[in-house]
Ligand binder design. Structure first.
Ligand SMILES: Nc1nc2c(ncn2[C@@H]2O[C@H](COP(=O)(O)OP(=O)(O)OP(=O)(O)O)[C@@H](O)[C@H]2O)c(=O)[nH]1
Ligand SMILES: [Mg+2]
Length: 447
């Protein structure tokens, strides 16, 4: 699915027989995504795939919000190399237990998929294994849920041994409860009769066992890698550690590059950073380590958070968090909450924090309503409230938050000296507590 499927450990295979061949597919990132292929091969390098997006918001959710969520899903799809041609929305109190959307909507989607030749349907939520199976049977194209899409992007981005192992673990954990679905799908293709169910079941058990073994192996491997990085971290001594955290695509890597004059990969895609990078920086003779970390997103699969424990240790072990926010984003306030909640989940919420509102160059008080192409079934709120001016926002946030706040543009280099001074002050305080004899601007304590 991702165009870069030959990089970052994803392999292009077209000869794998069926999921029973977990043995041969073992360790092969990307195979999960291929599971819906009609010919049951593991082709993962499909160019120019087109997709349909489906959201099932509850009845209270504002139209504009639904549209923003779908914008994010479309951005995720684009990041994975998929072109979105249509969006479907169905308001339900509760998603349908069998097919997630109701019968009528399913027919509508089916008609569109058949007519347009779209190759996949992406749901903005996680589907149960049986929903996935039923939808695949009805729509006869690849069905991708939110977790799978995010895991796929991570798979195409992960470079380090740790990140790759973490992604593979997440992939197998995603696969395990869904093996039955794969078999039902394949049984149908073989004309599947009762007589064939027997061997199928046995092989599912074999598959499950192999997948479980692989999961155990990957967990052990991660423990080993963890030990190594723990030793590495200990060798950093008592240097103050700061971590850039925030929602995905807010500018963390850009800020890292600015502050450390380094060259960390930054781009306008979600999850550009999956591996964490650490740089040693010295401001005013105060040395500290700054790490750039993986971005957060709403509904980040818990499994993925768990698998990414090693990467998240960088945040958990930091002395200071620099929380970067994209103030130009229509849902930036919710993004702040998502980040704070995720920090709570990983038990890193009680750390000193600086709030950096980035992208002020792009902030528009009169932000236009989103009207993306292919959008259907919604009436964006006509009376949507006007956004406050940047000055009003600054005043509100400065007054409201206990944490120090700064407004910058990393791209336009606005207020960067102030950002540097703010970080130096806070890092200096922590350093001072740790090394009471230290005189800022005068000497450097070597650990
Ligand atoms: N307009 C504007 N764009 C910015 C600014 N800072 C960063 N960007 C752009 O925002 C996009 C994302 O930047 P990154 O630095 O990759 O963001 P990130 O937070 O590291 O993203 P992930 O690693 O994906 O979580 C890039 O296209 C940057 O050029 C800014 O101040 N203003
Ligand atoms: Mg980044």
């Amino acid at each position: 699915m991702a165009k870069k499927s030959n990089s970052g450990g994803r392999q292009h295979t077209n000869s794998t027989r069926h999921p029973g061949a977990v043995d041969s597919a073992k360790g092969r990132a990307g195979r999960i995504l291929a599971k819906g292929n009609k010919d049951a091969t593991y082709e993962t390098s499909v160019e120019a795939e087109t997709a349909v997006l489906v959201a099932v918001p509850d009845k209270r959710q504002a139209d504009a919000r639904t549209q923003e969520y779908l914008d994010e899903l479309a951005f995720l799809a684009e990041t994975a190399g998929v072109t979105v041609t249509k969006r479907f929305v169905q308001r339900l109190d509760k998603p349908d237990i069998r097919t997630f959307v109701g019968e009528g909507k399913l027919e509508e989607i089916k008609a569109y998929v058949q007519h347009s030749g779209a190759s996949m349907v992406i749901f903005d939520d996680d589907l149960s294994p049986s929903q996935l199976r039923n939808l695949e049977a009805e729509l006869k194209v690849k069905i991708v849920d939110r977790s799978l899409l995010i895991i796929d992007i991570f798979a195409s981005r992960a470079k380090s041994a740790t990140a790759r192992t973490q992604v593979e673990l997440a992939q197998y954990q995603y696969l395990l409860p869904r093996l039955t679905g794969l078999w039902t799908h394949l049984d149908k293709q073989r004309g599947g009769g009762v007589s064939q169910r027997g061997p199928g079941e046995t092989e599912i058990e074999t598959d499950r066992r192999v997948v479980r073994e692989r999961i155990d192996f990957l967990k052990d491997k991660l423990k080993e890698l963890d030990k190594q990085s723990h030793t590495q971290r200990k060798s950093r001594g008592g240097v103050v550690r700061a971590a850039l955290v925030g929602y995905t695509n807010v500018g963390k890597s850009t800020i890292m590059n600015l502050l450390s004059r380094s060259d960390v990969f930054a781009e306008n895609k979600l999850f550009a950073t999956v591996d964490s990078t650490v740089r040693k920086i010295v401001f005013d003779n105060v040395p500290f380590l700054l790490s750039d970390t993986v971005g957060f997103i709403r509904k980040l699969p818990t499994r993925l958070i768990e698998s990414f424990k090693s990467t998240l240790d960088e945040i958990r072990e930091a002395d200071l968090l620099i929380h970067v926010v994209d103030i130009s984003h229509p849902t930036f306030e919710e993004q702040i909450e998502v980040v704070n909640d995720t920090l709570k989940d990983i038990e890193a919420a009680d750390k000193p924090m600086l709030l950096v509102f980035n992208k002020i160059d792009q902030y528009r008080a009169d932000a236009p309503a989103s009207d993306s192409p292919g959008f259907e079934g919604m009436n964006p709120d006509e009376d949507a409230p006007v956004r406050p001016s940047l000055e009003q926002l600054q005043a509100t946030y400065m007054a409201k938050l206990h944490d120090p706040v700064i407004f910058i543009s990393a791209q336009e280099r606005e207020n960067i000296d102030e950002l540097r001074a703010l970080i130096t002050r806070h890092v200096g305080q922590i350093h001072q507590q740790r090394y009471p004899n230290f005189i800022p601007g005068f000497s450097v304590e070597e650990e």
